[in-house]
Design a protein. Sequence first.
Length: 476
Amino acid sequence: MKKKLLKRLFAMTTATVMAVSLTACGSGNGNENGNEGETKDSGDNSGDEQIKPYSEIELGKDYTDVSADLKFLTHKTDVVDTTFAKYIEEFKKMYPNVNIEYEGITDYANDITTRLTTGDWGDICMVPTTVDKDELENYFVNFGSKTDLSKKYEANMLNNYAYGENVYGIPSMANVQGVVYNKKVFEQAGIVTLPKTPEEFLTALKAIKEKTDVEAPLYTNFAAQWTMSAWDAYIDGGSTGDPDFSHQGLTKGQNPFADRGDGTGPYAVYNILYEAVKQGLTEEDPTTTDWEGSKGMINNGKIGCMVLGSWAVTQMQQAGENADDIGYMAFPISVDGKQYAAAGPDYCYGINVNSSDDQKKAAMCYVKWLVEESGFAQGEGGLSIVTGAEYPDALKDLEGIELVVNNAAPEGEETLFNDVNNASELGINVSGAIAIEIVEEATSGTKTMEDMSAEWNEKWTAAQESNGVTFDGSDE
């Protein structure tokens, strides 16, 4: 199994290197396709019968005398010494003998994948997308069954790292996939109604370029590299309105990257990026973009908008004195006149299966506290996975937009998307290879969108065939 994980890392790295010739490395934010699979030992958190199931733990009552030192690996390097330090302080009021050390990792996806194979990486981490569903039990503690966990948490949010009835990763929060924008810039450009189609969005970007002094109507954050994978998050439910598209129309569909001709689907999503770059509606030189600097730039009105998950909203609001100018709108695609927004879990908390029993107890309590009491999701501009939690203020503009959460993969196809994705080397939700290629070709290349989409379909079809997918609605 460790060889399999390393193979995925090699494939991911190779695909990124092949697709990226002018980019710099950066940290990432997860967005994965939800799957579930074969049932194994549901209802047991750790293999030790003395440890209570996660769903039955009562914070402040259970394990308050446990003593443990925990190491927590995180991709959020910017808040290790601030927000997370405050969390530790608050948690220790309830669990005084638990010490927690955060380790922020910049190139998270690559580093954590390598470290997982050692078994001795720490106690809690954000589960990377490189771990296949059938490998989860080898690395992470079982939090319990989806049935039990869904009594308190939104069931569809538990799909990403569920295998059968067992859940091996608890979402830190849920993201909505839309566009971060500067309200004042849009007003200055005379944009009264937020764009709902690709054509309206490109028209809005042109207006921003012509009527304001922004440096980029749409900022790609190309140089950061990991930010480019954000575009992959819009190609399923958000651009089709179909919660089954990820596992049917994409994983098993024929030529899913072809132009549908109606401004919907994967082609329409990626074509927005292609046309924006081709028409000069983005930054002048994509290789000079600055992720950290972009936060202040959009806050100060130097950027019109950025295509990022809702997790980015609060970061942009906190990057300057103009928090009220930052808004969040649905991605500009409409299906039969109706807009949808893809929603799904962000990075999920995983607990090392090799940790001691006391470390597992303490880790489960901390994860539960983070999800249910810390306010992390709301503070990050995301949705809490706790059933009935309020919509955060940062996402009020999305009220009335229907959220689409990917359904779990059908039984027997739990790893099919990952298998096809890996074999295709397109790196969807992993490397951002498609969006990176689009920017490169739109900037100085010779390929059209039709050329690229044909190549993606060719690679995808070959990968489907190598994994037994047929096009009659079934697979071998």
